[in-house]
Design a binder for this molecule. Structure first.
Ligand code: AMP
Ligand code: ZN
Length: 434
């Protein structure tokens, strides 16, 4: 049941002791990086001066901007020769943030992914089809190396080319997939259009959904359509990528691997810790990374810690689903909302298809929210009244979730832009108004 029994089930006080000693080593290593060398000198921080986990709070937070400002090598803590790989975050604006790994970092990261996969029931006999993009994006190579470390057979197909995905899945009896949730919904639609019943024609049993916010409703759709158990996989490039927090078979919250990452949850405005169980921005500290240790990195992701121990026996705390990113939060007509609330509402309505788009406009001194929703094709060929009723139902459900009434536009499947990578769900045309 456990990949690494000793570490996954450590009692809390032993886990915290381990964290402290790893934190001290991290501070020592980080000192070699130009950014931290200067900072630690200024703040009089040395490994010896970190006497408890609370001492971490003497170190200032860092953000993506700090990584950008010291691009490319300002956070590198080992000679460049020791680096064997770089990855980059998927942000589309400005300079990317780049993360460097030593060979030992790659092994640690792969070990974490192997741990996640083993936890959810994957074994050597499994065939793993990795349906996310390879390249600088961490979901491809991250899962690839993890699955190999576990001993599963990997099909490194990457994202897209649905026909080839289906052919490989069928011929090699794929049992486990890793896929971005928005592409999973699109893939399911393509199977339906091709008249393929995945439950009888494939041998799938597990799907990992990650890399973008999604709701339980989406998980349920994927599980029902593919006949799989679907697990939420969370990570960010700055903390390697996937393998940071992952659902166990309880499917109730994601265990954060606290022997590799220290987490704090803070109020993003006051920067003070939130009470355990309350929503906060997750702040991460790497505990094992050599190439590029990062301390107190503000992820911008909002979640809460689940306070009860997990029945699976693992002692590493769980995070709720990511509720959104502080920079993804929308303010429409003065009301705060996260795009995932819209996804959750739409995916609970059976006639809603696999894609949607949120468009924001500013007209006549007012915000307008238009939600374009793909609905099943047959809806457009039948009674128009049914379409009107559905539009009303969707509008009403969104209104009660968001407390804002959007304009709902129903469109035929395939109308809205489809991405194989992370989906772009929001087009905010108000920005030109400043
Ligand atoms: P990147 O480093 O470019 O791969 O992006 C990492 C970001 O993707 C995270 O900070 C989250 O905002 C988002 N993300 C990754 N996995 C999940 C997940 N399972 N649920 C929600 N958001 C996620
Ligand atoms: Zn658990």
């Amino acid at each position: 049941m456990f990949w690494d029994t000793n570490n996954e089930t450590l009692d809390r006080s032993s886990l915290e002791k381990l964290q402290l000693s790893l934190l001290q080593k991290t501070v020592e290593r980080a000192q070699q990086a130009p950014y931290y060398g200067e900072l630690f000198k200024k703040e009089c921080i040395t490994a010896d001066s970190i006497k408890s986990l609370d001492d971490l709070r003497r170190i200032p937070f860092i953000t993506k901007d700090d990584l950008r400002d010291h691009y490319p090598y300002g956070f590198l803590a080992v000679p460049r020769d020791k680096i064997v790989r770089m990855h980059s975050s998927s942000g589309s604006t400005g300079k990317p943030t780049v993360i460097f790994h030593t060979m030992s970092d790659i092994r640690e990261w792969s070990g974490l992914i192997a741990r996640c996969m083993y936890m959810t029931g994957v074994r050597e006999s499994d065939v793993f089809q990795n349906m996310t993009g390879y390249g600088l994006f961490t979901g491809g190579l991250g899962f690839h190396y993890g699955a190999e470390q576990l001993g599963a057979m990997v099909i490194p197909v990457g994202a897209g080319n649905t026909k080839r995905q289906i052919m490989l899945m069928r011929e090699f009896e794929t049992s486990v997939i890793h896929i971005i949730p928005s592409y999973a919904l699109h893939f399911i639609k393509s199977l339906q259009e091709a008249g393929i019943d995945p439950k009888s024609e494939f041998k799938l049993r597990i799907a990992y959904l990650g890399a973008e916010p999604h709701s339980d409703e989406t998980r349920l759709r994927v599980e029902a359509a593919l006949g799989v158990q679907a697990f939420n996989s969370y990570g960010l490039s700055e903390m390697n990528g996937p393998g940071v927090a992952f659902e166990c078979t309880q499917k109730h919250g994601m265990h954060v691997w606290e022997d590799n990452f220290l987490i704090e949850l803070i109020n993003p405005t006051t920067l003070e810790p939130v009470k355990e169980g309350e929503d906060g921005e997750i702040v991460f500290t790497t505990l094992k990374r050599e190439g590029m240790p990062l301390l107190r990195y503000r992820s911008k992701d909002i979640a809460a810690v689940i306070t009860e121990p997990c029945p699976c026996g693992r002692t590493h705390r769980r995070l709720t689903r990511i509720k959104g990113r502080t920079d993804d939060m929308l303010i429409v007509k003065g009301v705060n909302m996260y795009p995932v609330q819209i996804e959750k509402t739409l995916m609970a309505i059976p006639q809603v298809g696999s894609n949607y788009l949120i468009q924001l406009e500013h007209k006549d001194y007012n915000d307008h929210m238009i939600v374009k929703v793909e609905v099943q094709a047959e809806m457009f060929h039948g009674d128009m009244k049914e379409l009107q009723t559905l539009r009303k139902t969707i509008t009403e459900s969104l209104r009660s979730e968001l407390l804002v009434t959007p304009e709902v536009e129903l469109v035929e499947p395939g109308t809205l832009p489809q991405s194989e990578g992370k989906a772009v769900r929001v087009v905010d045309n108000r920005k030109q108004w400043g």
